[in-house]
Design a protein around this ligand. Structure first.
Ligand code: PLP
Length: 356
């Protein structure tokens, strides 16, 4: 670690907001901790990071990010354990993905270890904000956006990296209804689907809203070219259990976000001796597996919920109803294993949890 990069100046707010928090009713992403971390990029290099009181960021009306979308983010969580420890889950994977998103959006990447260290430091400063309740967590939102005060279309010369934190309640996703989307597109080959960049989410709002109007929580995105292959479920990765094999779209496609949760589920399946196939997954194959009874489970995977069980798949004019998983099914066992791992209730042989 480069010594000069981890010297962080910390300034505190005059009063803490923590006593105002209603810990039993935490709306997602609307409650913020006392501090945030800020680091600016200018004159060709990242400047010293600072931890400052949480608050608004001044903005020039021509600020490049709001016009042309040079903006990327990450989403991760810190969990508290009964012994008072706070842990991050595989933060190095978020660091790697963050720097890959930077590269795709022509933004200046920085050291992955520094990313983890900055997240760790901020969480340490606001450690008493990590909810203690089982299932609850501190959501961590690191992001970078272009800050040039000019509307020429080119990569910004200046950027701001910020991390803020939100205590969030237990997110037990209700079982979801999804619709196979055959017209709108989330990501096209050669596009930015692999990057966690703001525009991808803006572009998905309209098709998602149409799906919701028809009773579906999320869309099952298919490939942009033929709409024959399933890629993701809303803002989660998609997994199927077919005849005892975990089947999930291959991350070789640059239309698919490389999720930490999905990667972890694949690792867990490997550990447990469950066969895994990471490859193209066609709509036709899934429909056939439902019809012949070999589709055992379908679920989305992401940091927010870990697992979102899919109970209904809309396809063209009809719906397929799937049975809810039982305790013995892979998705439920894997979720419990990961919950226990984060809570420190089971061994962590792979070193996935980093104690802050
Ligand atoms: C963030 C995200 C995921 C899930 O990634 P995790 O690292 O598991 O949280 C999947 N798909 C999309 C489009 C995402 O933005």
């Amino acid at each position: 670690m480069k010594q000069d990069l981890i010297e962080i100046n910390i300034s505190h707010p005059t009063t803490s907001k923590i006593s105002q928090v209603d810990w039993d009713n935490l709306p997602f992403g609307k409650v913020f901790t006392d501090h945030m971390l800020v680091m600016d990029y200018k004159n060709g290099k990242w400047q010293s990071p600072e931890i400052v009181p949480f608050g608004p960021i001044p903005m020039h009306p021509a600020m490049s990010a709001i016009h042309y979308g040079q903006s990327i983010f990450e989403g991760m969580k810190a969990y508290s354990r009964e012994n008072g420890d706070v842990v991050l889950f595989r933060p190095e994977m978020n660091a790697k993905r963050f720097m890959e998103s930077c590269e795709r959006l022509c933004m200046p990447a920085f050291d992955e270890e520094l990313f983890v260290e900055l997240v760790r430091k901020l969480v340490e400063v606001d450690k008493n904000w990590v909810p203690k309740k089982e299932g609850a967590a501190l959501y961590i939102r690191p992001f970078i956006f272009g800050t040039d005060e000019a509307i020429g279309i080119k990569p910004s010369d200046t950027y701001k990296f910020v991390i803020f934190l939100c205590p969030v309640g237990a997110y037990y996703s209700q079982p979801v209804n999804v619709k196979i989307e055959e017209y709108y597109t989330r990501a096209a080959a050669g596009g930015v689907g692999r990057a966690k960049t703001a525009g991808n989410y803006a572009a998905a709002l309209y098709p998602a809203k149409k799906g919701q109007e028809n009773g579906y929580h999320q869309l099952l995105w298919t490939d942009a070219k033929e709409h024959k292959f399933i890629e993701e479920s809303g803002t989660m990765n998609i997994c199927f259990m077919i005849n005892g094999t975990l089947v999930t779209p291959s991350e070789d496609e640059d239309t698919i976000l490389r999720g930490t949760t999905k990667r972890t589920l694949v690792d867990v399946a490997d550990k447990w001796g469950i066969p895994v196939e990471e490859r193209k997954v066609s709509v036709e194959e899934i429909v056939k597996a439902i019809e012949d009874g070999t589709l055992n489970e379908a679920f989305g995977a992401g940091t927010a919920a870990t697992i979102a069980t899919i109970v209904k798949i809309g396809y063209r004019d009809g719906d397929f109803i799937l049975s809810e998983p039982t305790e013995d099914d892979f998705s439920m066992k894997a979720k419990k294993y990961l919950d226990d791992l984060k809570a420190g209730k089971t061994e962590d042989p792979d070193g996935w949890c980093l104690v802050v």
